[in-house]
Design a protein around this ligand. Structure first.
Ligand SMILES: Nc1ncnc2c1ncn2[C@@H]1O[C@H](COP(=O)(O)OP(=O)(O)OP(=O)(O)O)[C@@H](O)[C@H]1O
Ligand SMILES: [Mg+2]
Length: 345
């Protein structure tokens, strides 16, 4: 008998909600998210624009805008983050949680030299002196692949390409050796050829440092290649989640199917056919007008009356044995779904 208890998860999130005060009144932009993340693992968050991915990330970082408020539970190594004051959250940010944003210039200050910007968290959080922080900043910039970093420490952000700027923000996020890295669409603003290099860099660093990674993307391909587990979000809810391999093998939820069908294709699906971009009919509903039942009901081709009135409970999907453990979809029409299309088809 195995008497060893499982390792404590780095992050345990339960019923995370983000309440927003908008001009249309109070709405819930994130509606009860649950997940567990261990060190060394990558969790992918995927979904269309506006589904609540960034607000989820900002809630984890304690960086929500003034109009937003988090509730539920976020345990980082057993410590509750929901309700912590700004000072305590500020200590955690940078120290234990690092974030990489979509647009590097959001994180970089255009009027400060990059060496100083990477050194700042080292001085602030780790109390390093000027010279030691500069040495460490140089080592970090070299590690993330800034060529000739010693000479470029005193350059300004505009003197670098988009890909190099993203490497610099990754160096900043890593400066204090965080346990958790959150990358919110880290490659969306970059050239296609640079995207893979940045994703490879992030995944090498996660493995090398034993961090956990939350990777946010609207691109299923990025998630399939990089995440161990994934959450598919729609209208602030997780409609399907589980081990990445199991989710792709089944694509149980009609929304996951729709996302998969709508992925850009470079080659025709059939010989002679012009590549066409399939779309999911309709648009993401306004937060203030989300249906009472399943958030996807208004765009789904499989609905019955109950889909419009009652929020669907999570349905466990264990069909794939160990591979599928923890796989669930919130849908009451799973039995009506045809077999999943083959990935790569
Ligand atoms: N500061 C804010 N004030 C009001 N509404 C907001 C605010 N920030 C986000 N929202 C709304 O909350 C919802 C979720 O936004 P969020 O930024 O999390 O989406 P997302 O999934 O990250 O989308 P994208 O893929 O476009 O980045 C959206 O409807 C958005 O309009
Ligand atoms: Mg976003």
């Amino acid at each position: 008998m195995n008497t060893q208890s499982p390792p404590t998860p780095l992050l345990q999130v339960a019923d995370l909600r983000v309440h927003l005060h908008t001009h249309q009144g109070a709405v819930d932009a994130v509606r009860g998210i649950d997940f567990t993340l261990h060190r060394g693992e990558t969790l992918g968050l995927v979904g269309e624009s506006g589904c609540g991915k960034s607000l989820t990330a900002l809630a984890l970082m304690g960086l929500l805008p003034d109009a937003a408020q988090a509730s539920g539970s976020i345990l980082l190594d057993g410590q509750e983050l929901v309700g912590l004051d700004d000072r305590a959250l500020c200590r955690l940010r940078g120290n234990r949680i690092g974030m990489v944003f979509q647009e590097p210039m959001t994180a970089l200050n255009p009027v400060h030299r990059i060496g100083d910007q990477v050194a700042e968290p080292l001085r602030l959080h780790r109390g390093l002196g000027r010279a030691a922080a500069r040495r460490e900043a140089l080592a970090l910039l070299e590690r993330v692949g800034i060529a000739d970093a010693a000479r470029r420490l005193d350059a300004y952000p505009h003197q670098f390409s988009g890909g190099q700027r993203q490497r610099i923000t990754i160096a900043m996020a890593l400066a204090c050796g965080p346990d958790l890295l959150i990358a919110d669409e880290p490659t969306t603003a970059l050239d296609v050829t640079v995207q893979q290099q940045i994703l490879d860099l992030i995944s090498d660093l996660v493995a090398e440092r034993g961090m956990a990674l939350i990777l946010i993307s609207h691109d299923l391909g990025v998630i399939s290649q990089n995440a161990d587990h994934m959450l598919v979000m729609y209208g602030g809810s997780v409609v399907e989640s589980g081990p990445t391999e199991a989710v792709f093998a089944t694509m149980a939820h009609p929304y996951t199917r729709g996302l998969f069908a709508a992925r850009p294709q470079l080659v025709p699906r059939r010989p002679g056919e012009r590549p066409r971009l399939a779309t999911i009919p309709g648009t993401v509903p306004e937060l203030a007008h989300l249906p009472a039942g399943c958030p996807f009901a208004g765009r789904c081709g499989f609905t019955m009356d109950a889909c419009h009135t009652t929020p669907p409970p999570p349905v466990p999907l264990g069909a794939l044995g160990a591979l599928g453990a923890g796989h669930m979809a919130r849908c009451i029409r799973l039995d009506a779904m045809p077999a999943a299309p083959e990935v790569g088809a």
